[in-house]
Design a protein around this ligand. Structure first.
Ligand code: CU
Length: 145
């Protein structure tokens, strides 16, 4: 119990140090959002854009072209296997933005703006449905400084 708490706390601190945690927000500060097409398959994630500018609103259109349900999460820099072993609720808290339970052939949208504190960081798009991340559902992206 105590050990688990320490792991969560230390992971959280590390993330804070890395990228000053972003917030989940759907509000555009103004202007026309840039559309980013994200395609999820079994078990891969592709995006039409992988370098983002902080402060710019992106309109993500996420389509599931797989045969199984997927999710789309924007995570701060990956901690590799450590993150893979994390309880789902912790992953959720860490996500900068997320859409869960996207059915096959379904398209969902999500607006997200990387905060200025994310400049120079390398977040990751990922699906954390059990086993999917390990199967390859991750895509490293960059936030320009
Ligand atoms: Cu998936």
């Amino acid at each position: 119990m105590k050990q688990r708490l320490f792991l969560v706390v230390s992971t959280f601190s590390l993330l804070l140090a890395l990228a000053a945690c972003g917030t989940t927000t759907g509000n555009a500060p103004g202007g026309t959002p840039t559309t980013v097409q994200v395609t999820e398959t079994d078990f891969k994630i592709d995006a039409s854009l992988t370098t983002f500018s902080p402060g710019t609103t992106y309109h993500f259109t996420v389509t599931n072209r797989g045969k199984t349900a997927h999710e789309f999460m924007i995570m701060p820099k990956s901690e590799g296997s450590m993150m893979g072993g994390m309880p789902m609720e912790d992953m959720d808290k860490m996500a900068l933005a997320k859409v869960q339970n996207i059915a096959p052939n379904q398209t969902v949208t999500l607006d997200y703006t990387f905060p200025s504190s994310a400049a120079g960081s390398h977040p990751e798009f990922a699906c954390y449905v059990t086993g999917h991340y390990e199967a390859g559902m991750k895509l490293g992206v960059s936030v320009s400084s």
